[in-house]
Design a protein. Structure first.
Length: 355
């Protein structure tokens, strides 16, 4: 039995919102947030136009055209009053009865207005369509626009406090990931073979990390955002020491155990937001953002390896040889080039250890 179209569409929407969450996490300018909002409203909802009002120190009005491109809006916009009516009064104290999530109101049969009347992040979003829609379509629009408004308001209100933004977006990411996982589980039950093929296509069976394809699917997207935003990032390449000796002396099953242990320590040495993978054999790679001192990662990796070897009784000692390269946002090199450079650094590091 094939997955139903409705479940597939919901998964596509959830993936789009997850992508929006990651891009908002990297946004360092207000205009970047508006670009992201416009893209989602245009591409995912096919709205003919939209209007966003943000009330911080001063009111900011942004109008979006059919293509999602943001423009400076004015108070004379036809939807301005509808958007303004969705906002709470500035200066009010937060109460138990006050909404902490977007509230929605339909304006006629082609326009939907949402507002977030919280004093610390007041914002309203109005979107319109050329044609009328049935009730299920309205509910879907309201659900997606609510998520868009909540994430955008959080990003705009937290640009001066990046840590607060990261925590909120991560929470949104976890919530949406849980829903996506539930839908994926349902689809897998309906078609086990298709679900298994999808999982195997991105996951390394032995370690549970991303495989080579899974790494490039996820890391390439983050790499492009980092280059566009001029954000710092780094590539770490590592291979497992002594795997051949373990395979020859203790057998390949024990060698697989060494690879799994090394993968576990390698994964624990990075943040959840970093992309970590097993490229194949005894080779691992990771891509990490915002690391101004990437050498701290290597220190953490070596400390974790030392702790693992002290606490776990194994017939072998877990050790890896790493190489690290910082990615230059101004360079035209692609992600593959940086992986090759990190691989070369790894071999230099291993050579120095042997001499």
């Amino acid at each position: 039995m094939k997955p139903d179209i409705e479940s597939q569409r919901e998964l596509v929407q959830l993936r789009a919102l997850l992508s929006m969450s990651r891009e908002l996490l990297q946004a360092d300018q207000v205009d970047s947030v508006f670009d992201i909002v416009g893209h989602v409203v245009s591409e995912q909802l096919n709205a003919s136009a939209a209007l966003l009002i943000v009330c911080a120190d001063e009111e900011q009005i942004v109008a979006f055209d059919r293509g999602g491109k943001p423009h400076v809006g004015v108070a004379g916009h036809p939807w301005y009053q509808a958007a303004r009516s969705m906002l709470g009064k500035p200066g009010r104290e937060r109460t138990e009865a006050m909404a902490i999530q977007p509230v929605a109101r339909r304006v006629g049969r082609r326009v939907l207005a949402l507002g977030m009347p919280v004093p610390t992040a007041m914002a309203a979003l109005v979107a319109g369509w050329e044609h009328e829609a049935e009730e299920p379509a309205w509910r879907e629009r309201e659900r997606i626009l609510s998520a868009v408004l909540e994430l955008a308001a959080a990003a705009l209100g937290s640009l001066q406090s990046r840590n607060a933004l990261e925590q909120l977006v991560y929470t949104q990411y976890e919530q949406m990931a849980d829903v996506a996982q539930s839908h994926a589980a349902e689809l897998a039950r309906r078609d086990v073979d298709e679900g298994e093929m999808r999982r195997l296509s991105l996951t390394d069976v032995l370690t549970g990390l991303h495989n080579r394809r899974g790494f490039f699917v996820h890391a390439e997207q983050v790499f492009k955002v980092a280059q566009r935003k001029r954000a710092r990032s780094a590539v770490i390449f590592a291979d497992v020491d002594g795997l051949k000796s373990v395979n020859d002396e203790l057998g390949h099953e024990t060698g697989d155990g060494l690879i799994r242990d090394a993968a576990s320590v390698f994964r624990e040495s990075f943040r959840d937001a970093d992309v970590v993978a097993r490229l194949g054999g005894d080779e691992f790679v990771a891509y990490t953002l915002d690391d101004r001192q990437p050498w701290v990662i290597l220190a953490r990796l070596h400390a974790n390896l030392h702790a693992f070897n002290l606490m776990q009784e194994r017939a072998y000692r877990v050790s890896v040889s790493p190489g690290i390269v910082q990615c230059d946002p101004a360079s035209e090199q692609n992600l593959v080039n940086y992986i090759v450079l990190a691989d070369q650094q790894m071999y230099l590091h291993k050579r120095r250890r042997l001499h």
